[in-house]
Write a protein that binds this ligand. Structure first.
Ligand code: SF4
Length: 467
């Protein structure tokens, strides 16, 4: 090809490169014609002519349709011809109660609650390319990979928390940039929710920095009002308010709460190295209260707390063996804040600096997300704090691993987050659409088209028959 390029005039060589084809036969350096059309390729330079035989000049491809703007795409997902699952996670799971397994492209998956830690460790340790293929296939068996939910998290009461979470900028025990502020007014919160909705967010999460709701009757009354107000705006509502008892969970449900976030952060073994003022069991009890009230559970963890890989597996094992998998699992990368024990340890550097603190790369995130996707295939995996430290390409890796939700908005509680516009551009670039509020996720195209093979359970537990 290089020799031909030399022999031809510049424009002709460019044309030949563009349309090169294995069937091109060079016949003679004395003239240049396209067979069948007698068209000269290089009439400007008659000394460098070639005959091209059996050559078909393809017509230019049709121009692609103009890219759809995000707002138009949002309209599309609102129309009725998109087949959706129920939004309520209990109803959604009930729809698949007789399903045993799904298979596609050589990968088989099932929703299990009896995972062993070693099974999860085996998946977590797969070669990266194999793990990604598997997770991506599982993702496509259960979800429409083009649909990514956008949630906005607002801190409605910042700082002054009495807990000692060693990563948190809002604890009174750590000297950080955060100044305690009183609980926001209902009106202010609803204005923020309206802005989030305008920017494409469909779930609005309100966080308060305190140990528990406890006896805060006034504050609880305001929060119930906020939940009702945000719900009335057509947004899904989530809260993260620390520990809850069963009655508080029921009241939140009655007010219209969609989901409650309460993270486990890490494995049961590593947890006491991170937090000492409340136990892992305390957290599990709040999660059980939320689940029993019929509220969707949002529960995940943070990478970069100085944990080992076995702790990441341990966290996923706790989540994947819950009686119901959480509706959503946020995966965060620690944003190290000066003044917190973990932030200071990460900043100390040098050989003595503890390992694994704030030391999270895109592969760590993708590996964790992919493993979560495989062991909890019907769970929404949320790409959460730390996104600002990852490029668009790295975030794409995480979506390929099975993440299907992000937190948007300039702040995630107190730390910076990509701006609404940056996320809109990312969605446009990757061809993602947002999930509408109060509408279930799209049924996976592989399920609609029958590409995924679904094995059903028939008969009793003892006499299981798979069809
Ligand atoms: S993470 Fe929550 S409970 Fe822990 S210190 Fe921060 S605000 Fe308090």
């Amino acid at each position: 090809m290089t020799a031909i390029a030399h022999a031809l005039g510049r424009r002709a060589a460019t044309a030949l490169r563009r349309y090169s084809h294995p069937r091109i036969i060079l016949r003679s350096p004395s003239a240049a014609f396209v067979a069948g059309s007698s068209r000269s390729l290089s009439s400007a330079n008659p000394r460098h002519h070639v005959i091209v035989d059996n050559y078909y000049v393809p017509s230019p491809p049709p121009s692609p349709p103009p890219p759809q703007r995000k707002s138009q795409r949002t309209d599309i997902v609102d129309v009725d011809d998109v087949i959706r699952n129920p939004n309520d996670v209990i109803d959604r799971n009930a729809r698949y109660v007789d399903e045993r397994a799904r298979s596609m492209s050589g990968i088989t998956s099932e929703v299990r609650h009896d995972w062993t830690r070693s099974e999860i460790a085996e998946i977590y340790s797969l070669p990266f390319h194999e793990l990604m293929y598997r997770a991506s296939t599982v993702h496509r068996m259960y979800w429409d990979p083009s649909e990514v939910q956008q949630c906005t998290l607002l801190s409605i009461k910042t700082g002054g928390c009495t807990e000692d979470c060693s990563y948190c900028s809002q604890s009174v025990r750590h000297k950080t940039f955060v100044k305690p502020t009183p609980t926001m007014k209902v009106r202010e919160v609803l204005e923020a929710a309206a802005r989030a909705k305008e920017a494409g967010s469909t779930r609005f999460c309100m966080g308060a920095a305190w140990r528990e709701l406890g006896n805060k009757k006034n504050a609880f009354g305001h929060i119930l009002e906020m939940v009702r107000g945000v719900n009335a705006m057509g947004l899904e509502v989530c809260c993260t308010l620390g520990m809850l008892d069963a009655d508080q969970a029921r009241q939140l449900k009655a007010a219209g709460l969609t989901a409650y976030n309460h993270n486990l952060d890490t494995s049961p073994e590593h947890y006491p190295n991170v937090i000492t003022t409340r136990t892992y069991q305390d957290r599990l009890e709040t999660i059980a209260n939320v689940r029993d009230a019929g509220i969707s559970v949002c529960c995940g963890g943070i990478l970069g707390l100085g944990e080992k890989e076995s702790d990441r597996v341990g966290l996923l094992h706790v989540l994947a063996t819950m009686p119901e998998h959480p509706e959503s699992v946020p995966i965060n990368a620690l944003v190290a804040v000066e003044g917190t024990p973990l932030g200071d340890a990460a900043a100390s550097g040098g050989d003595d600096a503890p390992e694994g603190i704030a030391d999270v790369d895109a592969f760590d995130m993708a590996r964790m997300i992919a493993t979560a996707r495989i062991v909890m295939p019907r769970t929404m995996v949320r790409l959460s704090a730390g996104r600002l430290s990852f490029t668009d390409a790295e975030q794409f890796l995480m979506f390929q691993a099975g993440a299907n939700s992000i937190f948007n908005g300039d702040k995630l509680l107190t730390t910076d987050n990509p701006k609404f516009d940056a996320d809109a551009a990312l969605f446009e670039k990757l061809g993602f659409v947002g999930k509408p509020a109060h509408a279930g996720p799209r049924v996976a195209p592989s399920e609609v088209s029958g590409t995924v093979e679904i094995t059903k359970v028939r008969g009793t537990e003892e006499g299981r028959l798979y069809v």
